[in-house]
Ligand binder design. Structure first.
Ligand SMILES: [Zn+2]
Length: 81
């Protein structure tokens, strides 16, 4: 019972975050929604918000971005002896 309630609360938070993100992209977010979006972690590679549900310490929005960032770092090192 209590567990189900927590899960639902998490889902609501996820939904509110999604709504805030969409509104912010359209430029129609309230100040509360903008604060919510600003609090969201962003991908270190593309700058997009990291989707809810990923690890709390995730630095990239996807495995693709993680791979691209690693490749970019490698190229950067090779170009700069
Ligand atoms: Zn990304």
């Amino acid at each position: 019972m209590a567990k189900a309630y927590r899960a639902r609360k998490k889902d609501i938070a996820k939904y509110e975050m999604a709504v805030a993100t969409t509104r912010a992209q359209r430029g129609e977010a309230s100040s509360e929604q903008l604060a919510l979006v600003a609090m969201q972690p962003r991908c270190a590679h593309c700058g997009r918000t990291i989707p809810a549900g990923t690890r709390a310490d995730a630095r990239y929005c996807s495995r693709a971005c993680k791979a691209k960032a690693a490749r970019a770092r490698r190229v950067f090192r090779q170009a700069d002896p």
